[in-house]
Design a protein around this ligand. Structure first.
Ligand code: AGP
Length: 604
């Protein structure tokens, strides 16, 4: 998740910007930069890697008089983490920083290039500053040019822009990505993506709403809503607890990341959904030439998303698909055929076992693809192609939004391959794509659902174990739900295909065995119900998760009636994530950093 800071005042602008960016490090980044306008002269510095590199570059840069400045930490979504791609981005006499995704950047960029504009970076962001300077030529003021530019952007953005002609002003716009403005009694103005950089600096803050845009100068704060009407700032006292601010007020990073899923899935989808086709700018369709099988390889939660992908690739793309646990694959001297596309999945891009299998596939001459959340990670650098999940930094050791965005990418990729192989007609493709557009809504956490799960969790704090059961693509979700519970509650849980109960596990059935049963309405519902009845008949305690009532359940968590089982999948995913969270909280465990676990297993 990128971070943005801005400052307008007479203190040490450079230090204020760098300190602000430091407070945003928790959001994760791979490069950073600042631009300062003082006495009508711009100074800009950018560096890849950690902020110390930027501090080193700016050590001789002095800002000792009134200035306006903007700063940015970048989490790569378009274009590699390089200095050229780092923000701020320069036009001719203006700089811009941006958090979010400009969905129509490609068309804006091609129009600008056709008019002779030279782009330095691969980013979507750079179109903003060039579009602004194009509009400046035909506007009566910089603000009018900025207003026109914002109206031409589609997608999610939090933008700060400074321009030489207005050297006491910062222009801002917010839509879909967070940003706020802060003030204090010394008439200084601050901008940031979240309140942590402003704690100790500003006394009062105004959180911008979607569609807000305007400018801040020495003498005024001008905010306009999306209908162009001026609106009064709504200032409130800033919080004083930095850690709570980093968690945006949630109790744990994991909780925050469950709530973030809806928004980050929107980012994952952004710019990739056509009417009846999927667009992956980062993929060359030739990657799939000569490919008759897709082999997926991963560990842990990433293995579960890969397992869910096998159902989609075979069902939608009609291509053979197999999945491997990396630690097993790397030692079993596997057969590797050149008509297999080898796909590794990893949130971190650094998991040792998974990385090793990628090396094996490359040595065997297979084409490789990585689905990853961290650009420039080892796997991204090594593979032939990469699709970024755009989940932003995931701090909770128990993975949630990474899993959600991986499954979303796989759903899109299965449709992408279906189009390439002509294995799905355009009507069904369009239907599937419309379902994908519903996923952000399906993953929104409702207070009522969370409250229900919080209350219910008190009944599941003991017992001799949990079965999570599901059929078809709900089996990988059952595995994921069991892993979430194990990881943070330390209670024993197993994920099982529902149909396996009578092949042994049912011997464990008794009131102290808790079964979390995934009962989608639109996929094998009756079959799944009869499997659960096998357990309830032997007095296992059943918690059913379904859109439709199930009279044999002791507890019932109702999800909404969905158009398709894939939307049920995402709704149930949120339920099992919250259930493990609330059980862990009741047991008093460290939800974000559970015992014995590391966020990235970079050793065997
Ligand atoms: C997930 O909750 C776990 N923390 C763990 O299973 C993790 O998914 C696994 O270690 C793989 O990590 P990766 O996705 O970064 O490769």
């Amino acid at each position: 998740m990128c971070g943005i800071v801005g400052y307008l005042g007479k203190k040490n602008t450079k230090e204020i910007l760098l300190d602000g960016l430091k407070e945003l490090e928790y959001r994760g980044y791979d490069s950073a930069g600042i631009a300062v306008l003082q006495n009508n002269n711009f100074s800009s510095y950018k560096a890849i890697g950690k902020l110390v590199n930027l501090q080193e570059k700016t050590k001789d840069f002095i800002t000792d008089s009134f200035a306006v400045g903007i700063g940015h930490t970048r989490w790569a979504t378009h274009g590699k983490p390089t200095e050229l791609n780092a923000h701020p981005h320069l036009g001719e006499s203006s700089y811009v920083v941006h958090n979010g995704i400009i969905e129509n950047y490609a068309e804006l960029k091609s129009e600008l290039e056709a008019n002779g504009v030279k782009f330095l970076s691969q980013t979507d962001t750079e179109v903003i500053v060039h579009q602004f300077e194009k509009n400046l030529k035909t506007s009566t003021s910089a603000f009018e040019a900025f207003e026109t530019t914002i109206s031409e952007l589609k997608g999610a953005y939090a933008v700060l822009l400074v321009t030489k002609g207005e050297n006491e002003t910062i222009f801002f716009a917010k839509h879909g990505s967070p940003m706020l403005v802060g003030i204090n009694h010394e008439d200084e103005k601050y901008f940031a993506s979240s309140d942590t950089p402003l704690i100790g600096q500003a006394t009062d803050v105004n959180y911008f709403e979607d569609g807000d845009y305007g400018f801040v100068s020495k003498s005024e704060i001008a905010i306009f809503s999306k209908d162009g009407k001026r609106k009064k700032p709504q200032f409130s006292k800033i919080s004083t607890n930095k850690l709570s601010a980093q968690k945006d007020g949630y109790r744990f990073f994991m909780e925050k990341e469950i709530y973030e899923q809806s928004d980050v899935i929107s980012d994952t989808l952004m710019g990739r959904l056509g009417d009846d086709e999927i667009n992956f700018d980062e993929l060359d369709p030739k990657l799939f030439d000569g490919i008759n099988e897709i082999k997926l390889c991963a560990c842990g939660t990433s293995y579960h998303s890969a397992l869910s992908a096998t159902y989609m690739f075979e069902r939608y793309a009609k291509i053979r698909c197999s999945v491997e646990i990396a630690s097993e694959f790397r030692y079993r001297k596997p057969l590797m055929c050149k008509d297999t596309l080898f796909v590794v999945i990893s949130q971190s891009g650094e998991t040792a076992d998974t990385l090793e299998t990628l090396k094996m596939a490359k040595e065997a001459g297979l084409k490789t693809l990585v689905i990853c959340n961290v650009d420039n990670s080892s796997m991204v650098r090594l593979s032939d192609a990469c699709i970024l999940t755009r989940a932003g930094i995931e701090k909770g050791v128990a993975s949630t939004k990474a899993f959600a965005t991986q499954v979303t990418v796989f759903w899109m990729l299965s449709l992408y391959v279906a189009k390439l192989k002509n294995s799905m007609d355009s009507i069904e493709l369009a239907r599937q794509i419309n379902l994908l557009r519903e996923v952000p809504a399906s993953t929104k956490v409702t207070d009522s659902m969370h409250e229900k799960i919080k209350r219910l969790s008190k009944r599941y704090l003991h017992g001799h174990g949990f079965f999570f059961i599901g059929r078809d693509i709900f089996f990988p979700l059952a595995l994921e739900g069991a892993l979430k519970l194990k990881e943070i509650s330390y209670l024993h849980a197993e994920g099982y295909p529902s149909g396996e109960m009578k092949h042994g596990p049912i011997a464990l059935a008794d009131p102290e065995l808790f079964t979390i049963a995934l009962l989608p309405q639109h996929l094998l519902h009756e079959k799944s119900k009869s499997n659960v009845e096998e357990l309830s008949a032997r007095d296992s305690t059943i918690c059913a998760i379904s859109a439709v009532e199930f009279d044999k359940a002791d507890d019932f968590i109702q999800i909404s009636t969905c158009q398709d089982y894939m939307l049920e999948f995402f709704e149930m995913m949120v339920v099992v994530q919250l259930l493990s969270l609330e059980i862990s909280v009741r047991l008093g465990n460290d939800v974000d950093m559970p015992r014995n676990l590391a966020k990235s297993v970079t050793v065997e």
